[in-house]
Design a protein around this ligand. Sequence first.
Ligand code: ADP
Ligand code: ZN
Length: 605
Amino acid sequence: MPDHPDPETALHEIFGFRQFRPGQRAIVESLLRGENLLAVMPTGGGKSLCYQLPAVLKDGLSLVVSPLIALMDNQVAQLRLLGIEAAAVHSGTDRGERGRIWQSIKDGVLKLLYLSPELLGSERLQAALDRLPLSQIIVDEVHCLSQWGHDFRPDYRNLGQLPARYPDACIAGFTATADVATRADIESQLFAHRPGRVFVQGFDRPNISLKVLAKERADHQLVELIEPFRGQQGIVYRLSRKDTESTAAALRDAGFPAVAYHAGLDSGTRRQLLDRFLSEPDLVVVATIAFGMGIDKPDIRFVVHVDLPSNLEAYYQEIGRAGRDGLPAEAILLYGFDDIRRRRWLIDSGNADEAVKRVEHRRLDALLSFTETSGCRKQTLLGYFGEAAGPCGNCDRCLNPPALVEAGDLARTLLGVIDATGRRFGQAHLIDILRGEATEKVATLGHDGLAAFGAAADMDKRVLRGAVRQLYASGVVEVDIAGHGALRPGRKAAEVLSGEAAIALDLSAPPTKARRGRKAAGSTSAAPVEPAAMELLAALKALRLEIAREIDKPAYIVFSDATLADMAQKRPLDTEAFLAVDGVGQTKCGLYAERFIARIGEFAD
Ligand code: ADP
Ligand code: ZN
C-alpha cells in the first residue's frame, strides 16, 4: 500500500470519493488522534468510512465488532476490492480460513479484523487478541450494548470489558439510533476508563422525499405508485404475513419481480431471499418488519408502507433503508382509519403493563400527527427527534400544500350524529348517514329519520373518510376499541361544539390515480439523465452485473448506482478521466477501468 500522508488523499485515492460527507472528517481526525468516541450518524451517512479510513492510515490492527454476519462479509468483500486487507471471523469461518487470517495478522498485513460479538466472550480468542497490536476497537451498531436501546443484544455485554483489557487502543462506537438515555448508557460503558467525545450528526436524510396517502385499494394503489420505479429496487412493508404474500402476488401480476419475506419462512429460505435481494437489482421485497437490520444496500430507491408502522422511530428506521447512496429515493406511507384501529388494538391486546401501553398509545399519537400534518412532513419528523428544520421543499405537503377550509359545521354535525346514534357506530355507518345513503343498516335502524341524514350528501365518501381521520388525529373524536371501533366524542369535542376552537380540515378529494408531482417524478431517477445517457447507464449496469457474477458478490460492491450515474454523465475514455468519477479509487480503477472504458467507447460514436 502506498504511503498516504493525509485523510483527504486517502479518501480520493483509496475510496475514490471527492469529498467527505458531513461529519466524517471530524470523526476520522479524532480517531487518527487516538481519541475514544461515540458517533451517532443517520443511516446512509457513511459511518463505515469513518473508521475504515483511519484503520488504513494507522499502524496496527483495527478490530470491528459487528452484529451481523452477512454485513461483515459484505464489508470485507468491499474493502478487499478497494485494496484494503480485511477479514472476518465468525461462526461461519472455517478452521483453514481462521489459520490464514491469524497468519496475516502475525505478518502485520491485516488492517481490519471483523468479529462477531459472541466470539469476544471466548477466553481463547481473548488470549489471542491480547498479543495483537490493536490500534482501535470499533463497535458497530453500538446501541445493541444498551438495555435502553430497542435492540439490546446480550452478546454485546462482552464488549464492556474491552476498554479495561486494551487500554492502549481507542474505542469508538457507531450507531444510527440512540436517544438521549441510550446514548448516556453507551457512554458510561465505553468511556468507563477514558473519557471520549460524542459526535451527533443531524437526522435529516435530504435525498429521501416523504409522501403520505390515504389508503383506498392497497395493492392497486401500490402498483401505480411504484410504476415509475420499474427496474429499480424497493421494499414494501406490510403488517401481516398473509398480506406480504398477497401483495407480492399482486406485484408479480403487474409484472414486477417480487417476493414475500416474513418470519414464518424457514431460515434457509430467508437467507436465499436475502441473497437474491442483494444480487438482483430490480427485486421488490414485500416484507413484515422481520426484514430489517442487516439490509445494508445503498441503492434502494423506494420504501412503501402499505400499513401504518407502529411509531415514528420505527417509521424513520424503516424508510432509512432507502437511498443510502445519497441519490433521490422515495418513502411512501399509505394508511386509513382501519390501520389506526388495528394499531390501537395491537397495543391494548398485548401483554405489556398499563404504563407501557400508555406510552405506546402516545407514540402512535405522534405518528398520527405526522400523517395528518398540513405542514412539511420532514419538518414534523425531524421535530419529533428534537431537530429544528425549515420546510424541505420535497415532500407531498411542500409540493402540494393542502388547502385547509373551516370545517366547524361538519365537525359539529358529525358529533351530533355520534351522540344521536348512541356512540355505538364506526365511521363507515356514520358516513353513510351523513351522505344520506339509504343502506339496509341505515333503514333498519331508522337512521334515515335523523335530522343530519344527508347533511353532507354532496361530499365524496373519501373526502369524508379523510375528514374523520383528521378529526381523530386532532382529538375531536376518538375510537372505542372495545366497542368494535365505534366513534365517540374526543377530548377536544366540547371546545368544537361550543365554537371555542376553530377547526380547519383538508377537504380536497384525494387523487384517484396516484398522481406524481412533476418535480417529484424528475427527482426520483438517478441524477437528471437524458435518454442517451439512460441507455449508457443501462449498459454500465449490465457490465456491473456481469462482473458481480464473476466475483460472486452483490453488484453494488463493484460500483454503487451513484458511481455509475456519475460515470454515465462523465463518459470517461481514459484512466485519468475514469479516476475522476466519484467512487472510483486506484484499486478499482486498476481492476475495472479497461472494461468500463471499452463499454463507454461503444457509445462514443
Ligand atoms: P451507514 O453505515 O452510515 O448507513 P455506509 O457506511 O454504508 O452508511 O455508507 C453509505 C454509502 O455512502 C456507501 O455506499 C458508501 O460507499 C457511501 N459513502 C460513504 N462516504 C462517502 C463519501 N464521502 N462520498 C460519497 N459516498 C460515500
Ligand atoms: Zn416538506
